[in-house]
Design a protein around this ligand. Structure first.
Ligand code: RIB
Length: 291
């Protein structure tokens, strides 16, 4: 089957810093790296690295041809990435000595994806395919409704948390993947418990502690999963790697717990690497790492 990922594409400008700056503080970076990122692109690359067929739906500016080429090199179908007016999205990322990050986003072209691109792309989709989305683009509600009508399954990572998009998309979602902070925001701001979300399966990631799955058919009782123990150097893109691998595993017919196990191993390996889309491990790396 195919994963159709409506998602952002960013240039990631990553700076290593001794600590994240306090308000009013100026600090010097100890290194700088520029690479491919964006929660959407990261998930597409992760799913492709997990040997899934992935079509990315997105947009870049005229300055973003390199990003399309790179995604193609990484095995993503880029036919539905538009080049639009304006600049390619970008992210300024600060990474501290413990590998934690703070990110500033400029949406740029990610907010200019034309509706007709979405409609054209999904007209090629088939029953049983997945639609995957995050919150760094627009059009998520339209995409989710269209996909559901066509018999696709919908996976959604509501990151960064955005209440209105999340509220509009949730009724059309089969699989929700989010971190513990995003879950708290979602429950507080939207006032929803698990049953109220209307989603059959919710996967909550908790970084080095692993995470938990809540399922409607299990009465929403949490079932925990572990994360392999590693020394983190950069956690940027680890959640995206988890989600891309998880959806790819499910798309390839794995049972949920097995797909989660694989995703947790891929994301643990990812935090041992500096960078985002460019360093997402492939299946062989994950298997060879012995985590
Ligand atoms: O989740 C990490 C990603 O968030 C980075 O690649 C950055 O581009 C932002 O979208």
């Amino acid at each position: 089957m195919t994963i159709w990922n409506l998602g952002s594409i960013n240039a990631d400008l990553a700076y290593a810093v001794p600590h994240l700056p306090a308000p009013g503080e100026t600090i010097a970076a100890t290194s700088r790296m520029v690479g491919l990122g964006g929660k959407g692109a990261n998930m597409s690359v992760a799913a492709a690295r997990c040997a899934a067929r992935v079509v990315h739906l997105g947009a870049v500016g005229a300055d973003g041809a390199w990003a399309i080429e790179r995604m193609m090199e990484y095995g993503v179908d880029t036919r539905f990435i538009a080049t639009v007016d304006g600049v390619t999205g970008h992210a300024v990322i600060m990474i501290d000595a413990a590998g934690e990050n703070s990110i500033i986003l400029h949406h740029g072209a990610n907010h200019e994806i034309p509706y007709d691109l979405l409609a054209r792309a999904l007209s090629e989709a088939g029953t049983g395919d997945w639609l995957l989305m995050q919150n760094e683009t627009l059009l998520q509600p339209e995409a989710a409704q269209l996909a559901r009508r066509m018999g696709l399954k919908v996976a959604y990572a509501p990151a960064p948390f955005e209440p209105e998009a999340t509220r509009a998309v949730l009724p059309h979602v089969d699989l929700l993947v989010l971190n513990a902070l995003e879950l708290e925001q979602l429950q507080q701001v939207l006032g929803l418990d698990f049953a109220g979300m209307g989603v059959a399966t919710v996967v909550v990631t908790e970084g080095a502690k692993g995470g938990r799955v809540h399922q409607q058919r299990g009465g929403w009782q949490p079932e925990r999963f572990d994360a392999p123990k590693v020394v983190a150097v950069d956690t940027t893109g680890a959640g995206d790697t988890f989600t891309g691998y998880l959806v790819a595993g499910l798309d390839r017919g794995m049972p949920l717990r097995q797909a989660i196990g694989l995703a947790a191993r891929a994301s643990a390996l990812m935090v041992t690497r500096n960078g985002t889309a460019d360093v997402i491990p492939d299946l062989k790396d994950v298997q060879d790492a012995g985590l």
